[in-house]
Design a protein around this ligand. Structure first.
Ligand code: NAD
Length: 311
């Protein structure tokens, strides 16, 4: 039985990856420090013999955490690296912490992969590497001008992946996620995904607040499609591949708020607050490379994904 490590496996996207890998009959090791991840996200697998949950801070290395597992079950075959400090705002407030988790954590994962002969590392990068691009859809060739330490550390991680692939022969892929949404996304922080915040408020019949006029657009991609992309990326023979993960479409935040209010069947009001300084106005992924390299096309229509998320 192949053993796959999922760093950040107790988080929103990570727990869905764990679901898919366990369902496919893999042994799964979750490495997580539970800073934003929750045991409840993995509760359905309690006492599952093929799931190992290890409390571990990736910023301090992963060798010691994995040693008991590899002693009992053999080497790690593949790693899905999702563990990260995920708040752009926190990264601006504390860039050194962001660097040690988001860039340092990636280096620790790659050092492990190099030393232990891991067959493939797939990394959760972000559309934040691009910064404010004007030409839509955003292609992978677009210049990267990140506007936050978070974006810088994701981009630096991509460079590290490429370096370990070309110099040390570690096969790697980086997937640049656009706006991921779905069940288990935490609405408790004001910086969480807008869908989880809107859904939380609409279900409670509370007003939804839009910053600005709501004409800003995002490429919202359902978590199930992101999981398919990650599973394809760890399993394939490609190395040094970088691909966007989005739908190729865009939805305005106002349109989104209306859809969520309608789905919830409540009469939440939509309110407007002043636009946030520096907010990106348009975002839409070019997705040809995801299809051509990994054979993945996002399948979940927004209304269907919202139904899975909200109801
Ligand atoms: N959600 C999105 O729209 C989106 C977009 C682009 C990129 N990403 C990336 O996808 C990945 C997963 O994000 P998510 O949305 O599931 O967020 P999340 O907060 O639910 O998941 C992050 C997980 O990493 C864990 N973690 C944080 N710091 C850690 C550390 N030092 N050591 C070990 N574990 C640690 C957290 O406890 C959590 O379980 C992240 O790398 C994030 O940057 C997400």
């Amino acid at each position: 039985m192949e053993t796959i490590v999922v760093t950040g496996g107790a988080g929103f996207i990570g727990s869905h990856v764990v679901d898919a890998l366990l369902a496919a009959g893999k042994r799964v090791v979750v490495l997580d420090n539970f800073s934003t991840g929750k045991r409840a996200n993995l509760a359905r697998w309690t006492n599952h013999a093929a799931l190992h949950i290890v409390v571990c801070d990736v910023a301090h290395g992963i060798f010691a955490a994995l040693a008991p597992i590899t002693r009992d079950h053999g080497p790690i075959a593949r790693i899905v690296h999702l563990a990260a400090q995920v708040s752009v705002v926190h990264s601006v407030q504390n860039p050194l912490v962001d660097m040690s988790i988001n860039y340092g954590g990636t280096l620790h994962v790659l050092e492990y992969a190099r030393a232990q002969g891991v067959a493939k590392v797939a990394f959760a990068s972000s559309a934040a590497v691009y910064g404010d691009v004007e030409t839509m859809p955003v292609a992978e060739e677009a210049p990267c001008q990140p506007m936050s330490p978070y974006g810088i550390d994701k981009l630096a991680s991509e460079f590290a992946l490429d370096y370990y692939a070309s110099v040390h022969g570690v096969a790697t892929s980086a997937l640049r996620f656009f706006n991921v949404y779905g069940p288990r996304q935490d609405p408790s922080s004001p910086y969480s995904g807008v869908i989880s915040i809107f859904a939380d408020r609409a279900k409670a019949g509370k007003p939804l607040t839009i910053f600005g006029d709501g004409s800003q657009t995002r490429d919202f991609v359902y978590v199930g499609d992101v999981v398919r992309a990650l599973v394809a990326a760890i399993g394939d023979g490609n190395s040094r591949a970088i691909a966007n993960v989005g739908t190729g479409g865009e939805t305005s935040v106002l349109e989104l708020a209306r859809m969520i209010v309608e789905l919830c069947g409540k009469r939440s009001k939509i309110e407007h607050a002043p636009a946030r300084a520096g907010e990106i106005l348009k975002s839409r992924a070019r997705v040809d490379r995801l299809r051509d390299t990994f054979g993945i096309v996002a399948q979940t229509a927004l209304v269907e994904g919202l139904r899975q998320t909200v109801l």
